[in-house]
Design a protein. Sequence first.
Length: 512
Amino acid sequence: MSGKMNNCSYKNGGAPPKASKETSSCIIVVFGVTGDLARKKIIPALYKLFAMGLLNEKTRIVGIGRRNYDDIEYNEYIKSAVEKAGRHGESAAEEFVKINSYYGADFTVPGEYPGIREYLKKLAAKYKICDFLYYLSTPPANFEQIITSLHDSGLSRPDFLDVSCAGSFVRVVIEKPYGYDISSARALNEKVLSIFSEDQIYRIDHYLGKETVQNIMIFRFVNGIFEPIWNQKYIDNVQIKVFESEGIGGRANYFDRSGIIRDIIQNHSLQMLSLIAMEPSASNAPDAVRNEKLKVLQSIRPFDRAEPAKYLTAAQYSAGIIGGETVEAYNREKNIAAGSVTETFAAIKLFIDNWRWAGVPFYLIAGKRMPERLTEVIVTFKPAPHMIFNSLCNMSEPVSNRLVIRVQPDEGISLKIFCKRPGFETELQPVSMNFNYSGSFEAALPEAYERLILDALNGDATLFMRSDEIEAAWDYITPILQCLKNGEIELKKYAAGTPGPELCGFFGLNLC
């Protein structure tokens, strides 16, 4: 029997197909290029895209920062930033350095922007480029000022080049956190949308660029065995965990003002929730997908402040042991006030009030100083309606199938089922059917920022948050933050290196 291979597949164990074409020529302007995010994530991601041949040969990258770098110093800075970004050869790093340049300016001062404008104008004329991507890798407090200054200086429109640029684009990538609560998020949206149209704005949440998160839609809507049981009739509960073993590092000033709910749950957790719970979209067009995600966020039952302890637990880590080493309590960390009441752990129980999910509890759990670093979605199915093997179920765990989507580390998908243990006795034993990226594919997983930057350059907004998504998420989260701020629930303690406060039996659910 002869035939041809399905166009959707490629050889098991092989690398996925390379992107079909490189991006158009563009000037990528990174505001805050000397900050940690740019040095650790953005510059390495751009370097990898360059080394893989996915950036147009005329593309240029301009760093904007406050430090007084000369050309030699900045070149060394770029080299140091790409050292650990993969072994693409010394020549690739040297060539990448050549497409980078630096303009020293205080991007919070409007008077600096005429100089930035002239610098970009000369660069664009030299390389005959009309397209611009502005990346705001700065503290959130600077977003509005930078957006306003881009507009006032004319940099928000390609016509500042004084040449014909038909069909060219200007886009802006805005990092999280996008807003501090619902009122600030709305105010920022109002400002940004008064200058740029929605299709020019790319609000980034790097979790959406992770390979396993992207695979949630493929897993649900391509594999026909799961979607028919993906509802309240068959699913008992869903847990979304984002655990970090490290503390706050050098982010004390930011984190103590924000807390784990703003830092993780409002964006990462709710975005994963929307992908797990969304309806199939009419197509894979960006707005078709984002429309369905929005419906999920808008269907979340409002937080009940009359009985907050039924739906919210918050805690702060005390001293403990991680990896055999003693670590300080949160309120003993550098630059943290001894009396800080910022939560480093939170668990939220919520419901989505629609036909698919009526009555199914979702648990969003996030914490720092956990025993291990992991991000995963756990879908627990209801047990079989009639257990004919009840006498064989003397186990400590319930007889329920469980699907685990591991986002990081050891990315993969695992399905727990029950089988008969080999032997003459009839005994049940849980076993796992596992898919692991590292075991199934030779190619290394791309970093989230690589995928997201490439999408922004190509004008694909599918994996970016739309303004109404942002506001719907903040609509739900803001009352929870107000509850914490007003002391309406007790802030518990948990020892660093333990899985949170009294995690067994959380809201009546066994989360151990």
